[in-house]
Ligand binder design. Structure first.
Ligand SMILES: [Zn+2]
Length: 401
């Protein structure tokens, strides 16, 4: 219940609204960790404040005297308050609003709109996720999963993430791309649920293939089309940069600059090219044989995954390999070796129509998140990803459904 409401100078020329509150009888003597009723221990001398949702443009704080209780399990801890989560300096309504916003806007927008620091956003997300994850078993009913590596700290560190191909949700994440980390996922999953997995897609990492073969022997292993296309895109980029470098060294700076500017036309899906990019491509076709050849190689490899059926995919892939092996572009000759090695896993992906569109969206989102939140701990990153892509977004407070 509210005892009094006052405006107080905020020290920056404005005012904040302070609502002095007191929990209604009884609630004040529960442990904030387990909500169990416990004997009181003592009463704090200094009242505590929790940031609440703004009233118009004015920041609102709830202020209350807190008690500590003596919990048989958790020892002497702060008593639970009905308006905030344990350890939070924000009200539950404020935190749910922040978490909902994180799912619908960029982190910087959230921080500016709510006038909170990045660190606070990450703390809020962790608390909301911990609370909501307890209620959801995200490993239940998995059939087709994708295992992926996401780099953070500028590619120095990795998260291993598991997404569900059917829902597109992130279902598990662990630190470091190692067989031990993946082993922990299968430990969490358990033998019975691992046996129910029908398809597992992954990139070319050997350790993933080995662990999957051992722990989910009945699942068909597929090479993620996303990665195969990404390899081809990288090879094309290598060819383009190599040619630009050669031209520059040969004193043909203008032509080198032209090639440099073709990057987006070359890398984009042809169906989404702008008119300008189409003419750029036509220009390359007319003047630069090797670069155009590299472009076609990339596009034909992509076409393998869009083939009508397995037989046409097989034909396209065989044709692609023959062409790439004798294309005289070192980046593609090398790629042909890799593709030969994973030929069966690529055809598995085609045969089983493993659409990774949803999990790809999740991974793209994760990559974006890791790039932006440089400096956040992997735990915060995982919590953030759980919230936005793990189906844990809370409803906005005060709205029915
Ligand atoms: Zn307790």
């Amino acid at each position: 219940m509210i005892e009094s409401v006052d405006l107080e100078p905020d020290g920056r020329g404005g005012e904040v609204l302070i609502a002095r509150v007191r929990p209604k009888g009884g609630v004040g003597s529960r442990c904030s960790r387990c909500r169990r009723r416990c004997p009181g221990y003592d009463v704090s001398r200094q009242p505590r404040r929790w940031r609440g949702l703004d009233l118009g443009t004015t920041q609102v704080y709830l202020q209350a005297t807190t008690r500590r209780v003596s919990c048989p399990e958790h020892g002497v801890v702060v008593a639970a308050v009905p308006w905030a989560r344990a350890g939070a300096r924000f009200t539950t309504a404020f935190e749910d609003t922040a978490a909902w916003l994180v799912c619908h806007a960029t982190l910087s927008v959230v921080a500016v709109l709510l006038r909170i620091a990045w660190r606070s956003v990450s703390g809020i997300v962790t608390r909301v996720v911990t609370e909501r994850a307890g209620a959801v078993d995200r490993l239940a009913g998995l059939r087709r999963i994708g295992i992926d590596e996401i780099s953070y700290r500028k590619g120095q560190r990795y998260l291993l993430v598991v997404t569900c191909h059917d829902t597109g949700r992130l279902v598990w994440a662990g630190k470091d791309r190692t067989k031990e980390t993946l082993g922990r996922f299968f430990d969490d999953l358990g033998t019975e649920r691992a046996a129910a997995l029908t398809h597992v897609s992954a990139d070319g990492a050997e350790f993933i293939h080995n662990v999957v073969a051992e722990r989910a022997p009945r699942a068909v292993l597929c090479l993620d089309p996303f990665h195969v296309v990404a390899w081809a895109t990288k090879a094309l980029d290598d060819v383009r940069r190599g040619l630009a470098g050669e031209l520059r060294r040969g004193g043909r700076a203008e032509e080198a600059a032209t090639i440099k500017n073709t990057r987006w036309a070359l890398l984009k899906n042809p169906r989404t090219l702008s008119t300008d990019q189409r003419s750029t491509l036509a220009g390359i076709q007319a003047t630069n044989g090797p670069l155009y050849r590299a472009y076609l190689l990339k596009e034909q490899l992509r076409a393998v995954f869009q083939a009508r059926d397995l037989a046409s995919a097989r034909r396209l892939l065989t044709g692609w390999l023959a062409w790439a092996q004798r294309c005289r572009l070192p980046a593609f000759v090398k790629l042909a070796k890799t593709i030969t090695k994973y030929r069966q896993l690529i055809l598995n992906a085609v045969e089983h129509g493993l659409s990774n569109a949803r999990s790809e969206a999740t991974n793209t989102h994760l990559r974006l998140l890791t790039r932006r939140s440089y400096g956040l701990s992997p735990e915060s990153l995982m919590a953030m990803a759980d919230l936005t892509r793990g189906g844990l977004c809370p409803p906005l407070p005060g709205r029915a459904a």
